[in-house]
Design a protein around this ligand. Structure first.
Ligand code: RUQ
Ligand code: CUA
Length: 685
C-alpha cells in the first residue's frame, strides 16, 4: 500500500542524487527520522468510537458550523458544513467560474482586472473572518491571492466576492490576509522579495542582496462598508515573509510575521536558505506605523494597482487603477519593527487567545518555540538585543522565549488553540497532530493524520474566543484514502473531535483544489443574515428590464442590445431576428423572480463564452459576436420548473450586409397571426 514512507523515500533519493552538500545532512536526517519513526498505524481503519453518529446530520437538518476553506490553486473559496463535511458551495473569487458566469459576464469581468489586465486565476491560500474585539463577527471573509498579489473581501450576506484589491510592491502574497482585532487592517506580507515597483527590475538576479526588498502592507477596512484601501507599506530587508497573525488583548498593537531565507539566497533555497540556525519572527508595532503614516511620514511612491468593487445595487463591478502608495522604510523608524530569532525556517506564526504567547513553527526544527509578549516588551525596553539584522534590532532569543515544546514531533507547521489552555500543532513530516499545554509546554496527546497535514483549523482557533470542539486538518497528501481516480486525487481533509482529553478522528472527506487554511463559525451567526433574493425594485443596473412589457432589442451601429427577462418558464422575447454576423450582441438578462432559489440560466449555442446564472431580481450581461449566419437556439440551463425544458428561444443570424430588420417577439405564432403577445402582466409599480 502506498504511503508517506514511500513518498519520503522517493524524495530522499531525489535529493541524494542531485545534491550531495553538507547542509543537506540535517534535512536528510529529519526525513530519515520520519521514515523510521512515525508511520501512522492503522491508517485505513481509524475512525473512533461513535464517530458515525457525531458526523451524521439527518436529512433536512442543518450543520452546526460553516467551514470556509481556501481553494488553493483552484483560486476559489469553498464552503462546507461541519460536522457532516458536506460541500455547500464554491464561491468564485480569483478564477473564472463558468458555472456562475464569474468573469464571463460583463458585470463581473472587472473583478478580475489587475494592473496587468485580466488575470483569470490565482492561488488562494488563507482566509480570515472579520472580527470585532477579537471575536468573529460574521460580516466578511478575506481571502488572499498568492500569485498576482491580491486580497478579496467576500460578503457573507450574499456569499459573493464584493471587492478585490491588488497589492503593489509585492510578489507571492502569502502571509495574508490576516487581520487586526477589530478588522482595522488586513495585513499582507510578500513571500518573494523583489525590486520595488518603481525601481528597475531588470537587474541581474545575483544582485539580490542589493536590489531585492521585502514589504508588508496594511490595508485599512472601512468599519461600516468593509471597503478596503491600501494604507501604508513597510519597506523591509529582502527575505521571504511566510505567515502572520495579529496580536490580541495586551498585544493588540502588534503584528507578528514569520520569515525564512534570512540567508538572502536566490537559488536552491532548500539548501541555501537552511544554513542559519535561526531565522526570524518579526514583531511590528502597527499602531506606531499608523501614527507615522497619519503624520504624513514615509515616501509617496507612484505605482499601479487595481481596486475592484462589486456594487450590489447595480449588480456590476468597477475596476479603478490606483497610482499611489506610502512606504515607510523601517530603517528610518527604529522603534517600529523588531526581529526575534526563531529556529530553522519558521512557517506558522500563531498568537494564542490571550495574546501573550506567540508560537513559531520551524519547518526543520525538532522543537516548538513559544515566545512571550510581555518578555518581548521587556526586552525592547531594556534593549536586550543581539545586534541587528540589516538595521533592525534582533531581540535575544532567550529574552523573548517563554519556553520550548520539546520533542513534539517532526516538521511543525501550524498551531491553533481551543481556548482551554491547549494548543494543537500539525507535524508535516511525522504526519500527526500534537496537542500540548500552553502552561507547561508538555505534550498531552498526539494523533496521526493522513497524510502530512499542512494547516489545521479549530473554529475560532485564531481568535480571542475559540469555539473549540472540532479540529480539521488539511492534508497535503492523499494516497490511499479514497478510491483511486487516476493520477490525480482530491486532497484529504480530516475532522477530529477535540472536546475530550484525547483527540478522536471522526471522518475524512475530499476537498476542492488544495485547501490550505480555513475558518469556521457557528452557523447561526451567518445563516440568519443570508440574502434570499435581490429586490427587483432596487435593481439599478443600467440595462435592467423592469417587466416583460419593457423587453426590447435595440440596434446601434453594429451593436445590438437585447433587454431580456426571465421568469418561469419563458424568456421575453424568445424570438429575435435581424442580428448579423459580426454584430456585438449584448444579452442583458433580468431575472424577474422574487422567490428564493429560483435562478435562471442563459446559454446560446456556439457562444465562445460561459453561461449566465442570474439570481432572482438580478441583471447580468453576456456578450456574443456571432461568426456564422444561421439559427441559434438559446435556453435556460437551470432546471427551474416542470416546464424548464420549454424555457428556450431562437436568434436568427443573417449574413453581414443583409437587410433583415431587427424584430423580436414572444408568443407570436404564425398560426395565430396578429398582435405580438408581449405579456405585460409583470409590472413594477
Ligand atoms: S501555507 S501548509 Cu500557504 Cu498557509 Cu502552511
Ligand atoms: Cu429557467 Cu430553467
Amino acid at each position: 500500500m502506498p504511503d508517506t514512507k514511500q513518498i519520503f523515500i522517493h524524495q530522499q533519493k531525489h535529493f541524494m542524487k542531485k545534491f550531495i552538500l553538507p547542509a543537506l545532512s540535517l534535512i536528510a536526517a529529519i526525513i530519515l527520522l520520519s521514515i523510521t519513526g512515525c508511520k501512522p498505524k492503522n491508517a485505513s481503519n481509524a475512525a473512533e468510537g461513535d464517530a458515525a453518529s457525531r458526523v451524521y446530520v439527518p436529512p433536512g437538518k442543518y450543520d452546526e458550523l460553516y467551514n470556509f476553506v481556501s481553494g488553493g490553486f483552484s483560486g476559489q473559496v469553498t464552503v462546507y458544513g461541519i460536522p457532516s463535511g458536506r460541500l455547500l458551495r464554491v464561491i468564485p473569487v480569483f478564477s473564472l467560474d463558468p458555472q456562475d458566469g464569474w468573469g464571463y459576464s460583463e458585470e463581473t469581468k472587472p473583478m478580475l482586472n489587475t494592473s496587468h489586465g485580466m488575470v483569470p486565476w490565482d492561488d488562494q491560500h488563507h482566509l480570515e473572518l472579520s472580527q470585532t474585539n477579537g471575536e468573529i463577527d460574521g460580516r466578511w471573509l478575506f481571502a488572499n491571492g498568492n500569485n498576482t498579489p491580491r486580497i478579496a473581501r467576500l460578503d457573507l450576506k450574499t456569499f459573493r466576492t464584493a471587492e478585490i484589491l491588488e497589492i503593489p510592491n509585492s510578489a507571492g502574497n502569502h502571509s495574508s490576509p490576516f487581520i487586526t482585532e477589530n478588522t482595522e487592517y488586513v495585513v499582507a506580507g510578500t513571500r518573494f522579495s523583489v525590486p520595488m515597483d518603481d525601481k528597475n527590475g531588470d537587474v541581474p538576479i545575483d544582485t539580490y542582496k542589493k536590489n531585492f526588498k521585502g514589504t508588508v502592507s496594511f490595508i485599512s477596512v472601512d468599519p461600516k462598508s468593509g471597503n478596503m484601501k491600501l494604507a501604508f507599506q513597510l519597506l523591509l530587508p529582502g527575505v521571504d515573509f511566510d505567515l502572520s497573525h495579529g496580536g490580541k488583548g495586551p498585544s493588540h498593537d502588534w503584528f507578528f510575521f514569520s520569515c525564512y531565507n534570512s540567508e538572502q539566497a536566490h537559488t536552491l533555497l532548500e539548501v541555501n536558505a537552511s544554513q542559519r540556525d535561526k531565522d526570524f519572527i518579526m514583531a511590528v508595532n502597527w499602531k506606531k506605523a499608523e501614527e507615522y503614516y497619519k503624520q504624513g511620514k514615509g515616501r509617496k511612491q507612484t505605482v499601479r494597482y487595481a481596486h475592484n468593487v462589486y456594487d450590489e445595487s447595480t449588480h456590476s463591478a468597477t475596476s479603478t487603477i490606483e497610482t499611489q502608495t506610502t512606504v515607510l522604510d523601517v530603517k528610518d523608524f527604529p522603534d517600529m519593527v523588531y526581529f526575534i530569532p526563531c529556529p530553522k525556517s519558521p512557517h506558522g506564526c500563531d498568537v494564542d487567545p490571550t495574546g501573550e504567547y506567540i508560537v513559531g513553527s520551524g519547518k526543520l526544527a525538532a522543537l516548538i518555540p513559544v515566545f512571550s509578549f510581555s518578555k518581548i516588551i521587556a526586552a525592547i525596553a531594556s534593549k536586550n538585543f543581539d545586534g541587528d539584522y540589516d538595521g533592525i534590532p534582533v531581540i535575544k532569543y532567550e529574552a523573548a522565549l517563554y519556553g520550548e515544546v520539546k520533542k513534539p514531533g517532526l516538521g511543525p507547521l501550524h498551531t491553533e488553540f481551543d481556548g482551554k489552555g491547549n494548543a494543537y500543532t500539525t507535524m508535516f513530516i511525522s504526519s500527526e497532530i500534537v496537542k500540548w499545554s500552553l502552561k507547561d509546554l508538555k505534550v498531552l496527546d498526539r494523533h496521526p493524520s493522513y497524510y502530512s497535514p499542512g494547516h489545521l483549523m479549530i473554529p475560532g482557533g485564531d481568535t480571542r474566543k475559540p469555539y473549540g470542539k472540532y479540529l480539521i486538518s488539511y492534508n497535503k497528501i492523499t494516497k490511499d484514502r479514497y478510491l483511486p481516480t487516476g493520477p490525480e486525487l482530491a486532497q484529504a481533509t480530516q475532522l477530529f473531535d477535540i472536546s475530550g482529553d484525547k483527540m478522536k478522528l471522526l471522518s475524512d472527506y475530499p476537498s476542492i483544489g488544495e485547501p490550505h487554511y480555513g475558518q469556521a463559525v457557528p452557523a447561526e451567526l451567518i445563516a440568519k443574515n443570508s440574502v434570499k433574493i435581490y429586490k427587483i425594485e432596487d435593481n439599478k443596473n443600467p440595462y435592467v428590464t423592469m417587466g416583460e412589457g419593457k423587453s426590447k432589442v435595440v440596434r446601434t451601429g453594429n451593436r445590438v442590445d437585447v433587454y431580456m427577462t426571465m421568469i418561469r418558464s419563458h424568456f421575453s422575447p424568445d424570438n429575435i431576428e435581424g442580428v448579423k454576423v459580426g454584430d456585438d450582441v449584448y444579452f442583458h438578462l433580468t431575472n424577474l423572480e422574487q422567490d428564493w432559489d429560483v435562478p435562471h440560466g442563459f446559454a446560446v449555442r456556439n457562444a465562445n463564452t460561459a453561461e449566465l446564472l442570474v439570481m432572482p431580481g438580478e441583471t447580468q450581461t453576456l456578450k456574443w459576436t456571432p461568426d456564422v449566419s444561421g439559427m441559434y437556439p438559446f435556453y435556460c440551463t437551470d432546471f427551474c420548473s416542470a416546464l424548464h425544458q420549454e424555457m428556450q428561444g431562437y436568434i436568427r443570424v443573417s449574413p453581414k450586409g443583409s437587410n433583415v430588420p431587427i424584430s423580436f417577439s414572444l408568443g407570436k405564432n404564425s398560426d395565430a397571426p396578429g398582435e405580438a403577445a408581449l405579456d405585460d402582466s409583470i409590472k413594477t409599480k
